[in-house]
Design a protein around this ligand. Structure first.
Ligand SMILES: [Zn+2]
Length: 416
């Protein structure tokens, strides 16, 4: 009998994990917390129930392996994360871990042995952790922790190195957790979309084309703080009105690039006005500009246009505008091989799919270092995520799990 996912078991596990939360702030399972350790103990028990050989790597990623039948083949990987943001949801991350587990469990139930080994992974700390770093476990696997990563501290002064040790890893031997380029046959991650596109289109699966690159700038507009009564309109250097025109320009530019490239978002999410008083002309404004696209050219064009516009505003109004780049994360492109396998899996299981970019970062972008990577998005109600209202219909989770299982089977037959 071909392997089939057990939708009821999958849903029961999801409900059981949702009970492992800070009771005062559902749903909260912060990485490195005692609750997170509890949820991992539960996951480990389930991994073992599914016949997986289970343990932690030195980065404290929880990994369950199902052996393959052909010697020398690199592992297929599937997974996501089980930590949450504070007051988060029941599906973000955990849906990917539990569907990967369900795929492995259904293989065991059917006595189906893949050619490749299959690793089911719960990555450590995907959400921004108390140490100020996100994607800790997958970053380490991708060899991207950086020299000072282990010295980051949380508010209690504990270093990330000690946090990893507390979670069962070994920070002195982190290189053992690194998956070198070419060491993974393929990685597939199922995740909720965290946006409204699939639900509004009535589509079961998004085949992710790539995870966007994210660039952030701090922009400082220096004008002059003056008396709001005695400074005539034509003699002001109002930093806020200049900043406001930049905000609108950023939006206009993002719209244009969204039309021409298919996916582009730009956001001014933070604005600090000084002195921020009703009767003073604003003297100084600091704002952040964040923009996301899988096209490096589009991100460059966006900031170039904004800087050129800022020069014009400065010349016109007398304010000074300075740009400082805060961060710039490269996009991760999903492999055509994995995307093709997901599309074929959707056809086999009879669900509709569309291509879409991921506007959010995921563990998958770091695993992309080690081998071909792809992602399966499933719809969530109203596009809501990172909040207690986050919801996925059981039928959509089951359909996603079936597509994930079929994708694994397809990749297993196609890859060496
Ligand atoms: Zn997530």
């Amino acid at each position: 009998m071909p392997p089939r996912i057990n939708a009821e078991r999958l849903w029961q596990r999801l409900e059981a994990l949702a009970t492992i939360t800070d009771p005062a702030l559902p749903y909260t399972r912060r990485s490195f917390s005692a609750l997170h350790a509890d949820s991992r103990a539960q996951l480990k028990a389930w991994f073992e129930e599914a016949g997986l050989t289970t343990g932690l790597d030195t980065a404290a990623n929880l990994i369950g392996r199902r052996d393959g039948r052909e010697a020398g083949l690199r592992p297929l990987m599937a997974g996501s994360h089980s930590d949450t943001v504070p007051n988060g949801g029941r599906f973000d991350g955990i849906a990917g871990v539990l569907t990967a587990l369900e795929a492995a469990h259904s293989l065991a139930d059917a006595g189906h042995v893949l050619r490749h080994p299959l690793d089911v992974v719960d990555f450590l700390a995907e959400e921004p952790s108390e140490y100020g770093m996100s994607c800790v476990g997958s970053r380490i696997q991708g060899g991207r922790l950086g020299r000072n990563g282990l010295n980051l501290t949380n508010t209690e002064g504990e270093t990330l190195a000690d946090g990893i040790r507390r979670m069962g890893g070994d920070p002195d031997r982190l290189t053992e957790a690194v998956r070198k380029a070419g060491s993974v046959a393929a990685y597939v991650e199922l995740h909720i979309e965290q946006g409204p596109v699939l639900e509004s289109g009535g589509i079961a699966v998004g085949v992710v084309t790539g995870i966007v690159g994210i660039t952030r700038y701090a922009v400082t507009v220096e004008g002059r703080a003056d008396h709001a009564g005695n400074t005539p309109m034509d003699m002001r250097q109002d930093a806020l009105t200049a900043a406001a025109s930049l905000v609108l320009k950023a939006e206009e530019e993002a719209w244009d690039l969204n039309h021409t490239t298919g996916f582009f978002v730009g956001t001014v999410g933070q604005l600090v006005v000084e002195p921020n008083a009703a009767n003073v002309v604003p003297g100084r404004v600091r704002l952040t500009v964040e923009f996301r696209s899988s096209s490096n050219a589009a991100r460059q064009s966006f900031i170039a246009s904004l800087q050129q516009f800022a020069d014009e505003v400065a010349a016109e109004t007398g304010v000074r505008i300075a740009f400082e780049r805060l961060s710039d994360a490269a996009p991760a492109v999903c492999s055509e091989t994995v995307r093709g396998a997901i599309r074929d899996a959707c056809a086999t299981t009879g669900v509709a799919c569309i291509d879409m970019a991921s506007g959010a970062g995921h563990d998958a972008m770091h695993v992309a270092n080690a081998g071909p990577m792809g992602m399966i998005f499933i719809p969530c109600r109203g596009g809501r995520s990172h909040c207690p209202e986050e919801w996925v219909e059981p039928k959509d989770l089951a359909a996603g799990a079936a597509v994930l299982l079929e994708t694994v089977l397809t990749l297993d037959s196609r890859l060496d």
